[in-house]
Design a protein around this ligand. Structure first.
Ligand code: PLP
Length: 376
């Protein structure tokens, strides 16, 4: 028996993505070559770019393919800070490490002060504090940037990205959002509100690993992150991952086009998990806002119960029984001290179960039975 409840770490590749990648394998040209084979490869890359731009309501030129979400985050933050003379970076201690470790690096190596936006025990940030800070820095004439993720990958908390964008516009602040967990999961429309940079990772929505993109708003012109060629309109050198881009494009389009139905179906699975956990384990706590269907991403649920967690072995026991889930983000699993997000909100611990369109309520019921067996 196998239950895969770790879709925030990565998702199985969809039939659509697989088919697009197999077809792209037949095209071996270099997209930068002007001849026929090259043009075939270029057409794959540009068709995917156009499809994504159409769905995000942005320009194709605003999509820059990368090796994934981590590169897109690093790319936005480094080029933004370097090219716009940013002196203050406002972010959060409970971001993904692609942002927090970058923030530590940039503070050490560049003339930038990093400020961590305070948050409460649910992981909700103090936006009044941020507003006062941005207004003060605007008055002082010091360039600033905010980086806050759209949905937290461990506790699912959603931020009001439109409201944050309005604050950044009002205070003339650059805005980057790590949208890795929400791209192709929630509707994003970059004409509805202004974001300067956003990040996407193909393997979070049934596409391949090692490919993603950065959204870079037109007019936010930056120097290349990787030097060595004119690819991606000079933004990022290196021959494009044509097969990966083909798979990412097919997965993105399919998820975007099926989004409404997926949201309804996956929310039903999550709601079932919440009530089943509450019924079987009275007193269960949901970390962050993950137990709130309105305020958290429909794919992520993070729970804690002393009977289950205080031995510190739950995730290991679940793995032995064929349940794959996570104690924190996949990238920091095995890290000493556990999850920086759960530590950051003062939680005693937890298990993240994360769903996809392939998850079912029957799997949730089996999962609960296994938990009951473990609890004894
Ligand atoms: N940002 C968030 C919120 C993520 O969940 C992840 C993946 O876990 C990343 C960034 C990194 O993306 P990638 O695995 O494509 O480098």
């Amino acid at each position: 028996m196998s239950i895969y409840f770790d879709n925030a770490a990565t998702t199985p590749i969809s039939v659509e993505a697989k088919a697009a990648m197999v077809a792209a394998m037949e095209v071996f040209g270099n997209p930068s070559s002007p001849h026929g084979e090259g043009r075939k490869a270029k057409a794959i890359v540009e068709t995917v770019r156009k499809g994504i731009a159409q769905r995000l309501n942005c320009l194709p030129a605003e999509i820059v393919f990368t090796s994934g979400g981590t590169e897109a985050d690093n790319w936005a933050l480094l080029t933004g800070i370097r090219d716009f003379g940013i002196k203050h970076l406002y972010t959060s201690a409970i971001e993904h490490h692609a942002v927090t470790h970058f923030a530590e690096y940039i503070e050490k190596n560049h003339d930038v002060a990093v400020h961590y936006i305070p948050h409460n025990a649910e992981g909700t940030h103090d936006m009044d504090w941020l507003k006062a800070e941005l207004e003060a820095k605007q008055k002082a004439g010091e360039a600033r940037m905010v980086s806050l993720m759209h949905a937290n990958n461990e506790i699912g908390n959603l931020i009001d990205l439109a409201a944050l964008s309005a604050l950044c516009v009002a205070t003339q602040t650059y805005l980057h959002s790590d949208t890795v967990q929400t791209m192709a999961h929630l509707p994003l429309d970059f004409k509805m509100f202004k974001v300067d940079f956003a990040a996407c990772s193909g393997h979070k929505f049934h596409g391949p690993k090692g490919v993603g993109f950065a959204y870079v708003r037109q007019g936010t012109s930056t120097q290349p992150f990787i030097q060595g060629g004119a690819q991606e309109r000079g933004h990022r050198a290196g021959t494009e991952n044509v097969i990966g881009i083909a798979g990412l494009g097919a997965a993105f389009n399919h998820c975007f086009d099926e989004m409404e139905a997926d949201i309804i179906a996956v929310t039903k699975v999550k709601a079932h998990a919440i009530s089943a956990l509450q019924k079987s384990f009275p007193g269960v706590q949901f970390n962050g806002l993950s137990g709130d269907l309105e305020k958290s991403l429909y794919t992520v649920l993070n729970f804690y119960h002393p009977t289950l967690h205080d031995g510190g072995m739950l995730n290991f026991q679940l793995d032995i029984q064929g349940v794959q889930c996570s104690g924190g983000s996949a990238c920091s699993s095995g890290a000493v001290g556990g999850s920086h997000v759960l530590n950051g909100i003062g939680s005693p611990g937890g298990t993240r179960i994360s769903f996809s369109r392939y998850s079912t309520t029957e799997e949730v019921d089996q999962f609960i039975e296994i938990l009951q067996g473990i609890a004894g």
